[in-house]
Ligand binder design. Structure first.
Ligand code: ZN
Length: 198
């Protein structure tokens, strides 16, 4: 197996076999192979999404990596980039996150929140967006024409056995967050919430 290096600082990247989007432990850059063949690595911007739903003092915040795939002529697909071992769950969540078109905005909290690596290359996000598009459209409608894509970090909490996403307030299986670590908890999170969400 090829050694992977951060395109920004040259440090070795931690490589799990399923991983397609990497986070450098040295400089925090997010990177991805330029194409499916794994040739060439590029640094990705990540956009942190502002929570719009309430959360409690005791809860821990997770950031779910989500590909935002633009649809030409308006609209966007939202494809979770983790949980590839549970594709039906990911597809169902992608369909619901896309169909409930709650607008999101950018969040720039005073606290530095660590971002997660992800399993889904953008090329595969396009493939899943096409599937979601076909599921959501009326019979006889033309398939969606896809535009650019960006990597979002979507705020979520886990409540009992469920994942709650904090933009539209949708609930899905807690298994969606398996493999992700919480980025903040308790008082830390409330300090951010009081400053940033008021
Ligand atoms: Zn680096």
């Amino acid at each position: 197996m090829l050694a992977l290096r951060c395109p920004r600082c040259g440090a070795d990247l931690p490589a799990r076999s399923q991983q397609r989007v990497f986070v450098c432990e040295e400089c925090s850059a997010t990177s991805m192979a330029s194409g499916r063949d794994g040739e060439g690595f590029m640094v990705l911007d990540r956009i942190l999404v502002r929570p719009l739903q309430e959360f409690d003092r005791g809860e821990r915040l997770f950031l779910l990596p989500v590909w935002q795939v633009m649809q030409r002529g308006g609209g966007e697909f939202r494809i979770p980039a983790v949980g590839m071992g549970q594709m039906s769950l990911v597809l169902a969540m992608a369909q619901r996150m896309t169909a409930i078109a709650t607008a999101w905005s950018v969040w720039e909290p005073s606290l530095d929140l660590r971002r997660s690596a992800a399993d889904l290359h953008v090329e595969d996000a396009y493939s899943l967006a096409e599937v979601v598009g076909m599921r959501l459209q009326d019979p006889g409608e033309n398939p969606p024409v896809l535009g650019g894509a960006r990597l979002l970090d979507w705020p979520c909490v886990r409540r009992s056995s469920q994942t709650i996403e904090l933009v539209g307030g949708m609930a899905t299986s807690g298994r969606l967050l398996e493999g992700l670590s919480p980025v903040a908890r308790g008082p830390e999170l409330m300090a951010v919430a009081e400053v940033d969400l008021s």
